[in-house]
Design a binder for this molecule. Structure first.
Ligand code: NI
Length: 180
Protein backbone atom coordinates (compact mmCIF):
# COMPACT_ATOMS: atom_id res chain seq x y z
CA UNK A 1 0.00 0.00 0.00
CA UNK A 2 1.26 3.39 -0.92
CA UNK A 3 0.32 6.95 -1.60
CA UNK A 4 0.84 7.55 -5.30
CA UNK A 5 1.46 10.82 -7.07
CA UNK A 6 -1.60 12.36 -8.70
CA UNK A 7 -0.85 13.57 -12.22
CA UNK A 8 -2.10 16.98 -13.30
CA UNK A 9 -3.79 18.53 -16.30
CA UNK A 10 -1.36 18.49 -19.21
CA UNK A 11 -0.23 14.90 -18.55
CA UNK A 12 -1.28 12.90 -21.62
CA UNK A 13 -2.72 9.99 -19.58
CA UNK A 14 -5.53 12.29 -18.42
CA UNK A 15 -6.59 12.69 -22.06
CA UNK A 16 -6.53 9.01 -23.02
CA UNK A 17 -9.42 6.57 -22.94
CA UNK A 18 -8.75 4.06 -20.16
CA UNK A 19 -8.69 0.32 -20.87
CA UNK A 20 -11.44 -1.94 -19.51
CA UNK A 21 -10.30 -4.18 -16.65
CA UNK A 22 -10.21 -7.87 -17.65
CA UNK A 23 -12.49 -10.06 -15.50
CA UNK A 24 -9.56 -12.35 -14.66
CA UNK A 25 -7.61 -9.39 -13.25
CA UNK A 26 -10.22 -8.52 -10.62
CA UNK A 27 -9.45 -10.01 -7.20
CA UNK A 28 -5.81 -10.70 -8.09
CA UNK A 29 -2.97 -9.33 -5.97
CA UNK A 30 -1.82 -6.57 -8.25
CA UNK A 31 -5.34 -5.29 -8.86
CA UNK A 32 -6.11 -5.37 -5.11
CA UNK A 33 -2.89 -3.45 -4.50
CA UNK A 34 -3.95 -0.86 -7.06
CA UNK A 35 -7.29 -0.39 -5.26
CA UNK A 36 -5.46 -0.04 -1.93
CA UNK A 37 -3.07 2.51 -3.43
CA UNK A 38 -5.99 4.49 -4.79
CA UNK A 39 -7.71 4.52 -1.39
CA UNK A 40 -4.48 5.61 0.35
CA UNK A 41 -3.86 8.29 -2.25
CA UNK A 42 -7.43 9.62 -2.09
CA UNK A 43 -7.32 9.91 1.69
CA UNK A 44 -3.82 11.41 1.72
CA UNK A 45 -4.83 14.13 -0.76
CA UNK A 46 -8.08 14.76 1.11
CA UNK A 47 -10.30 14.18 -1.94
CA UNK A 48 -13.71 12.55 -2.27
CA UNK A 49 -13.11 10.53 -5.43
CA UNK A 50 -10.30 9.32 -7.65
CA UNK A 51 -10.07 7.65 -11.04
CA UNK A 52 -7.15 5.33 -11.85
CA UNK A 53 -5.86 7.50 -14.75
CA UNK A 54 -5.20 10.22 -12.16
CA UNK A 55 -2.37 8.06 -10.77
CA UNK A 56 -1.23 7.28 -14.31
CA UNK A 57 -2.95 3.88 -14.47
CA UNK A 58 -5.02 3.94 -17.63
CA UNK A 59 -7.68 1.43 -16.54
CA UNK A 60 -11.42 1.75 -15.91
CA UNK A 61 -11.39 1.92 -12.11
CA UNK A 62 -12.89 4.62 -9.88
CA UNK A 63 -13.17 4.95 -6.13
CA UNK A 64 -15.47 7.35 -4.31
CA UNK A 65 -15.45 7.95 -0.56
CA UNK A 66 -17.70 10.76 0.54
CA UNK A 67 -18.01 11.05 4.31
CA UNK A 68 -21.09 13.30 4.23
CA UNK A 69 -22.07 16.14 6.52
CA UNK A 70 -20.70 19.66 6.20
CA UNK A 71 -18.08 20.05 3.51
CA UNK A 72 -16.82 22.54 0.97
CA UNK A 73 -19.63 21.22 -1.26
CA UNK A 74 -22.34 22.02 1.32
CA UNK A 75 -24.20 19.61 3.61
CA UNK A 76 -23.93 16.24 1.89
CA UNK A 77 -25.41 12.79 2.14
CA UNK A 78 -22.61 10.25 2.69
CA UNK A 79 -21.49 7.90 -0.07
CA UNK A 80 -19.28 5.36 1.75
CA UNK A 81 -16.35 3.76 -0.04
CA UNK A 82 -17.61 2.81 -3.48
CA UNK A 83 -15.39 0.92 -5.92
CA UNK A 84 -16.49 0.87 -9.51
CA UNK A 85 -14.91 -1.03 -12.41
CA UNK A 86 -15.79 -0.85 -16.14
CA UNK A 87 -18.73 1.53 -15.60
CA UNK A 88 -21.44 2.48 -18.07
CA UNK A 89 -23.70 5.46 -17.33
CA UNK A 90 -27.29 5.90 -18.47
CA UNK A 91 -29.05 9.23 -17.98
CA UNK A 92 -32.54 8.59 -16.56
CA UNK A 93 -34.23 11.94 -17.22
CA UNK A 94 -33.60 15.46 -18.46
CA UNK A 95 -33.26 17.15 -15.07
CA UNK A 96 -29.92 18.94 -14.75
CA UNK A 97 -28.22 21.00 -12.06
CA UNK A 98 -24.88 22.71 -11.65
CA UNK A 99 -22.24 22.43 -8.95
CA UNK A 100 -18.87 24.06 -8.41
CA UNK A 101 -16.55 21.17 -9.17
CA UNK A 102 -12.93 20.70 -8.32
CA UNK A 103 -10.41 18.03 -9.29
CA UNK A 104 -7.21 16.72 -7.72
CA UNK A 105 -5.69 16.79 -11.22
CA UNK A 106 -6.65 20.46 -11.69
CA UNK A 107 -5.53 21.75 -8.29
CA UNK A 108 -6.43 25.20 -7.03
CA UNK A 109 -9.37 25.77 -9.37
CA UNK A 110 -13.15 25.46 -9.17
CA UNK A 111 -15.60 25.53 -12.03
CA UNK A 112 -19.39 25.49 -12.38
CA UNK A 113 -20.60 22.47 -14.36
CA UNK A 114 -24.17 21.51 -15.25
CA UNK A 115 -24.87 17.77 -15.50
CA UNK A 116 -27.82 15.35 -15.49
CA UNK A 117 -28.96 14.64 -11.92
CA UNK A 118 -30.45 11.17 -12.22
CA UNK A 119 -28.32 8.38 -13.63
CA UNK A 120 -28.07 4.61 -13.60
CA UNK A 121 -24.63 3.07 -13.35
CA UNK A 122 -23.83 -0.43 -14.52
CA UNK A 123 -20.46 -1.52 -13.12
CA UNK A 124 -18.39 -4.37 -11.74
CA UNK A 125 -17.48 -4.35 -8.06
CA UNK A 126 -14.13 -5.41 -6.54
CA UNK A 127 -15.36 -9.02 -6.21
CA UNK A 128 -16.13 -9.20 -9.93
CA UNK A 129 -19.92 -8.96 -9.67
CA UNK A 130 -21.77 -6.94 -12.31
CA UNK A 131 -24.23 -4.59 -10.58
CA UNK A 132 -26.57 -1.68 -11.15
CA UNK A 133 -27.06 1.34 -8.95
CA UNK A 134 -28.82 4.67 -9.31
CA UNK A 135 -27.45 8.04 -8.21
CA UNK A 136 -29.13 11.42 -7.82
CA UNK A 137 -28.12 15.04 -7.32
CA UNK A 138 -24.56 15.70 -6.10
CA UNK A 139 -23.74 11.98 -6.08
CA UNK A 140 -24.74 11.80 -9.76
CA UNK A 141 -22.41 14.71 -10.49
CA UNK A 142 -19.50 13.07 -8.64
CA UNK A 143 -20.00 9.76 -10.46
CA UNK A 144 -20.12 11.47 -13.88
CA UNK A 145 -17.03 13.56 -13.09
CA UNK A 146 -15.09 10.38 -12.27
CA UNK A 147 -16.32 8.38 -15.23
CA UNK A 148 -15.32 11.27 -17.48
CA UNK A 149 -11.73 10.65 -16.30
CA UNK A 150 -11.95 7.16 -17.84
CA UNK A 151 -12.77 8.76 -21.18
CA UNK A 152 -10.07 11.41 -21.15
CA UNK A 153 -12.47 14.20 -20.22
CA UNK A 154 -11.94 16.81 -17.49
CA UNK A 155 -14.63 18.89 -15.80
CA UNK A 156 -13.29 22.06 -17.38
CA UNK A 157 -14.37 20.65 -20.77
CA UNK A 158 -18.01 20.98 -19.61
CA UNK A 159 -17.89 24.58 -18.37
CA UNK A 160 -20.44 26.50 -20.43
CA UNK A 161 -19.66 29.95 -19.00
CA UNK A 162 -15.88 30.52 -18.80
CA UNK A 163 -16.40 33.29 -16.24
CA UNK A 164 -17.45 30.49 -13.87
CA UNK A 165 -13.94 29.03 -13.69
CA UNK A 166 -11.97 30.50 -10.80
CA UNK A 167 -9.09 30.03 -8.43
CA UNK A 168 -10.25 28.60 -5.09
CA UNK A 169 -9.41 31.78 -3.18
CA UNK A 170 -11.44 33.97 -5.56
CA UNK A 171 -14.21 31.36 -5.66
CA UNK A 172 -14.50 31.53 -1.85
CA UNK A 173 -14.32 35.32 -1.85
CA UNK A 174 -16.65 36.20 -4.72
CA UNK A 175 -18.52 33.22 -6.09
CA UNK A 176 -19.38 30.71 -3.37
CA UNK A 177 -23.16 30.07 -3.34
CA UNK A 178 -24.77 31.77 -0.35
CA UNK A 179 -27.23 29.97 1.89
CA UNK A 180 -30.74 31.42 1.74
NI1 NI B 1 -11.32 14.85 -11.19
Amino acid sequence: MAVRRIIRMGHPTLRREAEPVAETTIGGNSFSNLINDMRDTLHDYGGIALAAPQIDESVQLVIIDLPGGESRYGDLEALPLFICINPVVTTLNTETAGYWEGCLSVPGLRGFVVRPQHIRLTYTDEKGTRLEREFSNFHATVVQHEIDHLMGTLYIDHIQDPSLLAFEEEYLRYLVPTEE
